[in-house]
Design a protein around this ligand. Structure first.
Ligand code: ZN
Length: 299
């Protein structure tokens, strides 16, 4: 029997976490496993044991062997009951995948290791710093002295995380959420995608990830804030996106800072996605409190 575990995720409402991620304390999650049959058609089953920090077993789950055959290369999806992550620290899991005869299965694959790291959620979303007058995070100038050799991309990302007061438990996530590629001269592969040599930056999505190609003079915390807001928006459900649209449509007429922003720079009026990114990029942690729920992992 040849069968293998091909994907392991933790599902919490509309959010999905990879194993070993940071997950806020108190989340109700379910574990979801994808397995693939690489051999002759076979029945499959799975079992897992979850233990809390300190070692107490909290969930023992057994999915019986299927009474049908999974075809060669066919995938089988298994999802467990709800589990409340009620203790901080590292949770572990031991998974066993079975294949073969229904009455005499053999172990085909297994995993033993971290499920996730449970961390305290922020107790409040109120910013620590007082709100500056005008546009809180104004447009940065073009940094003409920055070149490929002296730019420090990690330092610029950290400046965004700090200045926008992004909760520390999400920093690892954000440091890899966008693939940033800095170029003095864009290579032919990017020009072939339609990027012009004289434009400051270009973005695209592939393989489920956002990519940013940019000239060093233009990479600043504000540009990163805008791009990461798009990543955060992608985590919203269709219903949450619709709710954001409704509230944003009202606030752009009633909130004095958003009105000021759009009077100086109307780009956020292009559509809801750009409005969502521009509100975060220029107003950040001082945006109206009712909007913060539409920025997962940024508050
Ligand atoms: Zn954008």
């Amino acid at each position: 029997m040849r069968a293998t575990i091909t994907n392991m995720t933790i599902v919490s409402g509309s959010q999905q976490y990879n194993f070993s991620s940071s997950i806020p304390l108190g989340e109700s999650v379910s574990i979801s496993i994808e397995a693939q049959n690489l051999g002759i058609p076979t029945a499959m089953g799975i079992g897992w044991t979850v233990s809390k920090p300190g070692g107490n077993v909290i969930q023992q789950y057994q999915v019986p062997m299927t009474d049908f055959m999974i075809r060669t290369n066919g995938k089988h999806y298994l999802s467990g009951p709800l589990l409340v992550l009620d203790k901080e620290g590292q949770w572990n899991i031991q998974i066993t995948l079975y294949a073969g005869d229904k009455n005499n299965p053999v172990v085909a694959d297994s995993y033993m290791g971290p499920l996730g790291s449970v961390v305290t959620a922020p107790s409040q979303v109120r910013p620590a710093m007082p709100k500056p007058v005008g546009i809180p995070h104004p447009e940065e100038p073009m940094y003409t002295s920055l070149t490929l050799t002296n730019i420090d991309v990690n330092a610029i990302i950290t400046k965004w995380l700090t200045d926008w007061e992004v909760p520390v438990q999400y920093w690892d996530f954000w440091k890899t959420a966008t693939d940033m590629q800095v170029y003095e001269i864009y290579p032919p592969s990017l020009l072939a995608m339609g990027l012009k040599q004289d434009t400051p930056a270009g973005t695209w999505e592939s393989g489920g990830k956002r990519h940013l190609a940019i000239k060093p003079q233009w990479l600043n915390p504000g540009v990163i804030a805008h791009e990461q807001a798009h990543n955060s928006y992608a985590l919203l459900t269709p219903a949450q996106k619709a709710a954001f649209s409704t509230i944003h449509a009202t606030l752009k007429n009633t909130d004095s800072t958003i009105r000021l922003l759009y009077s100086k720079n109307p780009y956020g009026l292009t559509n809801d996605v750009e409005g969502h990114a521009e509100v975060y990029r220029y107003i950040g942690q001082w945006m109206p409190a009712q909007l913060t729920i539409f920025y997962p992992r940024l508050f």
